[in-house]
Design a protein around this ligand. Structure first.
Ligand SMILES: Nc1ncnc2c1ncn2[C@@H]1O[C@H](COP(=O)(O)OP(=O)(O)OP(=O)(O)O)[C@@H](O)[C@H]1O
Ligand SMILES: [Mg+2]
Length: 327
């Protein structure tokens, strides 16, 4: 099969709770081509991790995908039976979870955890080849092969994070999703881990989704950026388009909150409170915090304008501005 990226259309995830349904992801659509890097940013609770978990069928109840497709080639990840998904995980689509380094099993050596991952995917090799495979995986993330004999607590945070990336890349997946891979690390280690991830992606030509908060990191690392707000993608475009000419007021506030993009910066607070996903405002979910909101914004829910692949925004005012500049 020719290499193909990920194509997500109208992905919708609901957490069903006693207090009512929470639309944690609402009709999200995006593409990530082979070798391409898509960033997803948005404040805490905006649905970034939920999007990732849905794509690899790792949502826990009460979370459930209620609509959409997520295809790689002719495989729809959302429609695979659990046993099929287990086979495709790591092989087709791999997820390095938020706080991955804490997800390593504390009582198994690093080498054993690689071997288990291979065994889970039916890779049976003679002992010497198995050892060579684990060593090569460690070397691919600039770790000494001796790390195979160590336990997680004997490694630094950066080393553990590299181990998780190496496990994620072990079977050469066509999609890798890294959820805040460097958030617990110091700046120097962050850079090293990101370089490792980027290099590995170049070798394999995988599509990559990077989830995070750090706009400076996104500016340095991704090709395209999606901005999520209250479960919806409100803007998506090339990283330059979004940083230099943000079209959604929320993205503008995010970009303005980074002091100097040449430096790394965390997202700072934006005036107003994050809406409860249980009781989203009518119309545009951002309108109570939007300085430009007009009456229509309270009633009409904006959809992403323009065609997929273009610089899109879900804002009535941005759409009007674009029409006026053409007229
Ligand atoms: N188990 C659950 N039950 C009910 N609601 C949930 C559950 N898990 C998540 N949610 C809801 O889904 C929303 C999105 O959560 P998610 O973890 O995807 O956010 P996130 O963007 O990854 O945030 P963060 O930046 O903090 O990692 C949350 O606001 C929360 O309301
Ligand atoms: Mg998250």
């Amino acid at each position: 099969m020719t290499s193909s990226g990920l194509r997500v259309r109208d992905l919708t995830v609901v957490y069903r709770t006693d207090d009512g349904d929470v639309h944690a992801v609402d009709r999200a659509s995006f593409d990530v081509g082979p070798g391409e890097r898509l960033g997803i940013v948005g404040e805490s609770g905006s649905g970034k991790t939920t999007t990732a978990l849905a794509l690899i069928q790792m949502l826990r109840p009460p979370g459930r995908v209620t609509g959409g497709t997520a295809t790689i080639g002719d495989v729809d990840l959302l429609r695979l039976a659990p046993a099929e998904m287990r086979r495709h995980r790591l092989q087709t689509a791999s997820y390095v979870p938020q706080g991955a380094m804490n997800s390593l099993n504390p009582v198994l050596t690093i080498g054993r955890q690689f071997r288990n991952a291979l065994a889970d995917h039916g890779v049976r090799l003679p002992e010497d080849e198995l050892r060579a495979r684990v060593h090569a995986a460690l070397e691919s993330v600039e770790l000494d092969p001796r790390v195979a004999g160590l336990y997680p607590h004997e490694l630094s945070g950066g080393m553990k994070q590299r181990v998780c990336i190496a496990i994620g890349m072990l079977l050469g997946p066509r999609l890798i999703i890294a959820d805040e891979p460097t958030s617990a690390l110091d700046v120097v280690t962050q850079r090293q881990v990101m370089e490792t991830l980027g290099r590995q992606q170049q070798v394999t030509g995988a599509a990559l989704i990077l989830i995070g908060h750090d706009m400076g990191l996104m500016a340095q690392f991704v090709d395209r950026l999606a901005v999520m707000y209250a479960g919806r993608i409100v803007e998506i475009g090339t990283i330059r388009e979004v940083l230099e000419t943000p079209r959604h007021p929320y993205s503008r506030a995010l970009v303005a909150s980074v002091p100097r993009l040449a430096q790394r910066g965390e997202l700072h607070g934006i005036a107003g409170v994050t809406p409860s996903l249980r009781r989203l405002p009518e119309g545009c979910a951002f309108h109570p915090r939007c300085v430009d909101a007009i009456d229509r914004c309270r009633r009409e829910r904006p959809a992403l304008d323009r065609a997929p692949g273009e610089h899109r925004a879900a804002c009535l005012l941005a759409a009007d501005a674009a029409r006026e500049s053409v007229a």
